[in-house]
Design a protein around this ligand. Sequence first.
Ligand SMILES: NC(=O)C1=CN([C@@H]2O[C@H](COP(=O)(O)OP(=O)(O)OC[C@H]3O[C@@H](n4cnc5c(N)ncnc54)[C@H](OP(=O)(O)O)[C@@H]3O)[C@@H](O)[C@H]2O)C=CC1
Ligand SMILES: CC(C)(CO)C(=O)C(=O)O
Length: 343
Amino acid sequence: MQDSVTNQNTILIWGAGAIGGTLGAYLARAGEDVLLVDIVEQHVEAMNRDGLVIDGPVEAFTQRVRATTPEGVRGQFKRIILAVKAHHTRDAVRALKPHLAKDGSVLSAQNGLNEIVIAEEIGQERTVGCFVNFGADWLEPGRILFGNRATVAVGEISDSEPRAARDYHRLLSIFEPDAVLTDNIWGYLWGKLGYGAILFATALTNESMSDNLASQRHFQVFNRLGREVMAVALARHVTPLGFNGFDPAAFMPDADENAARRSVADMEEFNRHTAKTHSGIWRDLAVRKRKTEVDAQIAIIATLGAEARVKTPTIDRLVELIHDIEDGRREQSWVTLDLMLQP
Ligand SMILES: NC(=O)C1=CN([C@@H]2O[C@H](COP(=O)(O)OP(=O)(O)OC[C@H]3O[C@@H](n4cnc5c(N)ncnc54)[C@H](OP(=O)(O)O)[C@@H]3O)[C@@H](O)[C@H]2O)C=CC1
Ligand SMILES: CC(C)(CO)C(=O)C(=O)O
């Protein structure tokens, strides 16, 4: 571990795995002063010793980076990009809080509604929303697969002047030139929850995301999940946004089923062109053998649905089945996905 040497412009990336590592490598390559913070000591050592290797079809390069474990961080920072899994958000924010400048902010480069948790810990005015849909896998210490480009968006979580969001948008545009500065970041995050629920269902099997989405037999599972999430979003007065094949309008309560079929086919097509063939959820279960983000990302939709009197039976079943796999009671297989067929 090395103590971090910092200056006012240093950008902390807190959680330097698939997403944080990829962003950090691109920002560092562009000459930004980046410090990668991660709890995995071997990963930190490898990055400091050999640089951070980005592999895959988009671009392959090795970038010199500075990295540390959280204990090695010294000083306060204006910009912190958080990229831990959703169930680690609260702990990570508590650990980074002493290092956040009073006029600084945290950007959540995560899936889920982490912005709510972050704002509870550091205040809404210091929390900036972000949506990332590119695909990446942490392969081993110091090595990450960047599987495909996809939509990236950033925006304030309230109606405030987008000063911090504009700055993060400039940074994220270094990584993704088409990054969007939005005034509806919740729309993107709820769109991703709809897409994410469908991705969790694909992780019930061992097949790729695309092969799952191509299964006509399971279309109604994906359709019901999309519709339940969109119904909760509507009840919360959110206008969900689409991206990379996911069309929220196709899953609205009165939407034509053919529109949902087209959207599922578009998601299948989009995912045929990535080197990350399986979702991060599948990877947590099948490769990393660890808990997924199901409670923090998906069960919370059911909780918010119950508050708004929106029923979410398909989401409830999905959460149960993911827990069954996490706890070794079921295997990832078509048989497990079949259990979702009953309405
Ligand atoms: N990978 C992808 O393609 C995509 C991921 N996302 C989302 O991005 C977020 C990050 O996912 P991803 O990058 O894949 O996850 P990874 O597991 O690859 O990276 C997270 C890293 O953060 C570390 N970490 C955990 N807790 C802390 C902590 N308190 N302080 C510092 N580091 C910590 C993890 O260690 P350890 O492994 O020991 O927990 C891990 O090294 C998730 O919300 C995910 O859903 C969104 C779009 C695409
Ligand atoms: C599949 C992906 C990259 C979204 O496209 C994702 O969000 C995940 O793996 O969790």
